[in-house]
Design a protein around this ligand. Structure first.
Ligand code: ADP
Ligand code: MG
Ligand code: ZN
Length: 594
């Protein structure tokens, strides 16, 4: 939608400006160029001729007097302001016409006012057209027609069966409101969809509208938090007006956390615009009764930051979770998106689902799309396994950057760094095995080591978390052992390890500090803040944990130095190693089942 808005508006603006320009030119011409200008004579001369009765008719236009004499010749003369020439002429038998044409002194401002007014109108339309206010002439891209019946149904949404089940009720209500009313059932006005980005919140909301065949009116809260005070509120108002007019309807508020944050949180003195928008939203939701068949669906991935006022009964009192899909969910999502994409024989979507733990629905859609593009580039008739493999890596780490110039020395460092990760994945009992390791640089990484979780994990043990930290720090450890110096290449690894350690200490009670929840209050509520003394101890415990894991990585790598060197050398010549290559390089090492 955002892509079409700009050109449309641009065309509109340009054409409006052209009209303004033409009008101004027209006015200018009308004022100045009287076609075939007659000769100008002094006014006294003209009066003389009148007295001689040689003049037939006269046109008086402000100070300009144009006359036609008995022979049909035209002259003109300028009289003085206020000089009553009409009577003198009439006395001499001249037919006098007084016209109000042209630009009188009092009219002069109009020459400027008309284009200015038009320009102002254009700007107004552009502004309110965008904000969704109904103006009869406005290019209102949110007109119900355009958003109505999005044509998406539950069949397009895969792997989120519980959410679908919860929302079926809303669909039923929108379809058969009378059935519910007859039994006095109160239907939720507001449904809050909670889930990480790309899990299909927008999609499933559209599907609800599609299933119920009602208009889908949407607004993204993040769009107007930065603009002028009052705009957000007025958009909310007009959105609800339209919803009520077109009821039954769905109102979808995307990224509601952008306006719905705790009003007390952070920001001294609050944010006027956000507060006004939020208040307007609350007013609107309270304002329509349960009979109006308008259901508001809002989406967020930060439910913990929402203002409590939003979550009260009669507002967003129903919550539907959309999680990252599990393996079966991923298979179903892949199936939906593979529908119109021919796959080579032997490509198993189930296998692909197994390899894509952690990817969201949007990521999976992206994988298939990237694979299709790669297949087209390779001039293939169907998508094969190699395209899918590469597409997965692209989605995870960006496209390959073969043009990036990397010196031999750098390449060597990267090879050892990645080999360090990979060897850790293979040696540690609690780490997931390595699927592939590569030193081909991509837009978001210099090298890449991909793990293969055997299954989705919902619970992680302390040992598994520590193994993850050791794996993350294995790259830096290898650099230090081999080169006796370190590079900037480990920044993200260190960040990742620290984040795990912090959660172990502060949330999971996996440190000597014990079981107390030590996460600083999310909302910035001062009463939830840690005491300085405790915060210091948390930081210290995190540091110790990370350092211990780093030491462990160094010990492990020193023990397995031969493997590290072997793999790093393989990577320097072959760039990439898959699980099978590693088996060949290392034999059965380590023969450790997970
Ligand atoms: P969100 O709003 O949660 O960030 P979207 O609804 O915008 O996610 O999802 C983006 C795209 O990802 C969708 O248009 C769709 O192509 C794909 N997608 C996400 N989740 C699913 C799903 N459960 N089933 C099918 N496609 C999905
Ligand atoms: Mg969305
Ligand atoms: Zn690394």
């Amino acid at each position: 939608m955002a892509e079409v808005r700009f050109p449309k508006k641009l065309i509109f603006l340009v054409s409006a400006l052209v009209i303004v320009a033409l009008l101004s030119v027209g006015l200018y011409l009308a004022k100045t160029s009287k076609q075939a200008e007659p000769a100008t004579i002094p006014i006294s001369d003209m009066l003389n001729r009148a007295e001689q009765k040689t003049i037939k008719e006269a046109t008086v236009e402000q100070n300009l007097v144009t006359v036609v004499d008995n022979e049909g010749k035209r002259y003109r003369a300028f009289k003085e302001e206020g000089q009553p020439i009409g009577d003198t002429l009439r006395k001499n038998g001249v037919k006098v016409t007084v016209v109000q044409k042209g630009v009188a002194p009092w009219q002069a401002p109009l020459v400027f006012a008309v284009p200015v007014a038009l320009l102002a109108l254009v700007l107004l339309l552009a502004r309110y057209g965008k904000s969704g206010l109904q103006l009869p002439l406005g290019p209102d891209r949110r007109k119900v027609g355009s958003d109505a019946l999005p044509g998406v149904t539950f069949a397009d949404v895969a792997g989120v069966d519980e959410a679908k089940y919860e929302l079926t009720e809303v669909v039923e209500f929108l379809k058969y409101p009378d059935k519910f009313r007859a039994l006095g059932a109160r239907i939720p006005k507001g449904v809050l969809l909670v889930g990480p980005p790309g899990t299909g919140k927008t999609l499933i909301s559209k599907a609800v509208a599609g299933e119920a065949a009602v208009p889908f009116l949407h607004i993204s809260a993040s769009e107007f938090v930065e603009v002028y005070v009052g705009v957000g509120a007025s958009r909310v108002r007009s959105l609800f007006q339209r919803a009520k007019k077109n009821a039954p309807a769905i109102v979808f508020v995307d990224e509601i956390d952008a306006v719905g944050r705790h009003r007390s949180a952070g920001h001294m003195g609050g944010n006027d615009e956000r507060d006004q928008t939020l208040n307007q939203l609350l007013v609107e939701m309270d304002g329509f009764d349960t009979n109006s068949s308008v259901v508001v669906i809002a989406a967020t991935n930060r439910p913990d930051t929402l203002d409590q006022a939003l979550l009260r009964p009669g507002r967003f009192d129903r919550r539907v979770m959309l999680d990252s899909p599990d393996m079966e969910g991923r298979r179903q999502i892949l199936e939906v998106h593979a529908k119109n994409k021919p796959l080579e024989a032997g490509v198993e979507l189930a296998a692909l689902a197994r390899q894509t733990a952690g990817l969201s629905g949007a990521d999976l859609a992206n994988v298939l799309n990237e694979a299709a593009i790669l297949a087209v580039r390779a001039d293939k008739k169907a998508i094969g396994q190699p395209e899918l493999e590469e597409a997965m890596l692209r989605v995870m780490a960006g496209p390959e950057k073969r043009s990036r110039v990397i010196s031999e020395q750098e390449k060597k460092v990267i090879a050892y760094h990645e080999a360090g990760h990979a060897v850790m994945m293979r040696t540690l009992k609690h780490a997931d095995p390595v699927r592939m390791v590569s030193v081909v640089s991509r837009s978001r990484a210099l090298g890449l080591t991909v793990q293969r979780p055997e299954e989705d994990r919902y619970l992680l043990s302390k040992e598994q978390l520590e193994a993850r930290m050791v794996v993350a720090l294995g790259g830096r450890a290898a650099e230090e052992i081999i080169f006796s110096t370190v590079t900037t290449g480990a920044a993200q690894d260190i960040e990742q390890a620290t984040a795990i350690a912090r959660r172990m200490v502060a949330e999971f009670g996996m440190s000597p500090l014990g079981l107390m929840a030590m996460k600083a209050g999310v909302g910035g509520d001062p009463s939830e803040k840690l005491s300085d003394a405790l915060a210091g101890r948390v930081d210290e415990a995190v540091k110790v944990l990370v350092e211990e894991c780093y030491e462990l990585a160094k010990v492990e790598l020193t023990t397995n130095m031969d493997k590290l060197v072997k793999l790093a050398e393989h990577l320097q010549t072959h760039e990439t190693a898959y699980a099978a290559d590693l088996d060949e390089l290392f034999g059965t090492f380590p023969a450790l089942p997970n």
